[in-house]
Design a protein around this ligand. Structure first.
Ligand code: GAL
Length: 413
């Protein structure tokens, strides 16, 4: 990028105090079509999923965005330059789907891309930002997931500039539309995306696997990778070691859609997945087919204690505690909470190969160093649904099984 353009953009970013924020005081919750259905999205699927969110009680718990991912469009814009919904998949158009979703008290999301094409070679929004944003507003869309596939063709135009253009277009569209960036692994977006979006993907795509990454996946936040990385659950959690301190209301690092209920994980593994997405303040967007989901996976997605950790008023993520963890064996993360009686959350997760006993010295946990910090606190073991006695100097955990996570919420008595 030329120096002059860069300076102009930097000034623009600094001069833009709050384009983001109001819609994302808490990490967003909902459902997205991509993980399970890929390009096979249609009106029937979106409507039945919206209805199912209501029927299962998920909607009441906060899962209120119904997000159509890639594949809703046609390959050509119309003669006025407008993106068009595929008439076979959406015979009544997107507005009719939005009306239905709204009639259930839910919100509708849509997908586009900051390049000439998106990942499926449908028309991206680059150069059409104003037109597309105003079309989404006319359709009463509430959420835009904005991808970066076409970004590879843009050469010198930086991601910051392309994503900022759509941010302005949305602000000028006349409708409040949640702006969710999907710019995966490049340009360290946690350093800039908070200026103009509500959430931003911090990695290449997740895939339905607890431990196994696809080849070429990098395991830290700062190594560059591509959009189709095939990141496992454990690796996504690993990448957040560098990023959890960046989490803040109004600009959530997005660990990608949940794979709970997609059929590859055990109950302990799904509990681990959900606990970390919640405690690290990632958006909670279900990626499974909720019309065909096991009772056990549904119960995990509906765990109220875990959802409360995600939606806590403070909006601070748990941080990794390397001094208390054992690399390759178990990981300990902790962070503050401030809703109701909850004050702290501690996660102890066994990702090794044998059951473990863990002694946790509370004086080593930030915010609990002094005895006075711990006075009057009691422990709730979330997945065991057990409230236990008051806090001492240490917490003793016996026999934490392989893949299991212990989520301990420390509460005021
Ligand atoms: C990827 C994105 C996925 C999905 C896909 C659609 O770039 O990370 O979440 O949206 O594009 O083609």
């Amino acid at each position: 990028m030329e120096l002059k353009v860069f300076k102009f953009l930097s000034l623009l970013l600094l001069a833009t105090p709050s384009l983001a924020g109001r819609l994302a005081k808490k990490p967003q919750m909902g459902w997205n079509s991509w993980n399970t259905f890929k390009y096979a999205v249609d009106e029937k699927l979106i409507k039945s999923t919206a209805m199912r969110l209501v029927d299962t009680g998920l909607a009441r718990l906060g899962y209120d965005y119904v997000n159509i991912d890639d594949g809703w469009q046609t390959y050509q814009r119309d003669s006025n330059g407008h993106q068009q919904a595929n008439a076979t998949k959406f015979p009544n158009g997107i507005k009719a789907v939005a009306d239905y979703v709204h009639s259930l008290g839910l919100k509708l999301g849509i997908y586009s891309d900051a390049g000439i094409y998106d990942c499926g070679f449908y028309p991206g929004s680059h150069g059409y930002e104003e037109l597309d944003a105003s079309l989404y507003a006319q359709w009463d869309v509430d959420y835009l997931k904005y991808d970066n596939c076409g970004g590879f063709q843009m050469n010198t135009l930086s991601a910051q500039e392309r994503f900022l253009r759509m941010s302005y277009a949305l602000k000028n569209s006349g409708r409040e539309i949640f702006y969710s960036l999907c710019e995966w692994g490049h340009q360290f977006r946690w350093l800039w995306a908070d200026q103009f979006s509500e959430s931003y993907r911090m990695s290449g795509d997740i895939h339905s696997a607890y431990r196994a990454d696809k080849s070429g996946v990098c395991t830290t936040a700062y190594c560059l990778n591509t959009g189709y990385a095939g990141v496992s659950d454990l690796t996504m959690i690993r990448k957040m070691r560098e990023l959890s301190p960046f989490q803040k209301p109004g600009a959530w690092a997005d660990m990608d859609m949940l794979e709970i209920g997609t059929g590859t994980m055990t109950e302990y593994q799904e509990q681990t997945h959900f606990s970390f997405w919640a405690a690290l303040k990632s958006p909670l967007i279900i990626g499974a087919d909720i019309n065909n989901i096991s009772d056990s996976s549904l119960a995990i997605l509906k765990n109220k204690d875990i959802i409360s950790i995600s939606q806590d008023d403070l909006g601070r993520a748990a941080n990794y505690l390397p001094e208390l963890s054992e690399e390759g064996e178990y990981q300990i993360w902790a962070g503050p909470l401030s809703s109701g009686r909850s004050r702290h959350v501690i996660l102890v997760q066994n990702y090794g190969s044998k059951a473990i006993n863990v002694t946790l010295p509370l004086a080593s946990v930030s915010g609990l160093e002094k005895r006075a910090d711990r006075t009057g606190l009691v422990i709730r073991d979330v997945w065991a649904s057990v409230d236990s006695g008051k806090l001492g100097e240490t917490i003793e955990l016996k026999n934490v099984e392989v893949d299991q996570v212990k989520v301990l919420v420390l509460k005021k008595r």
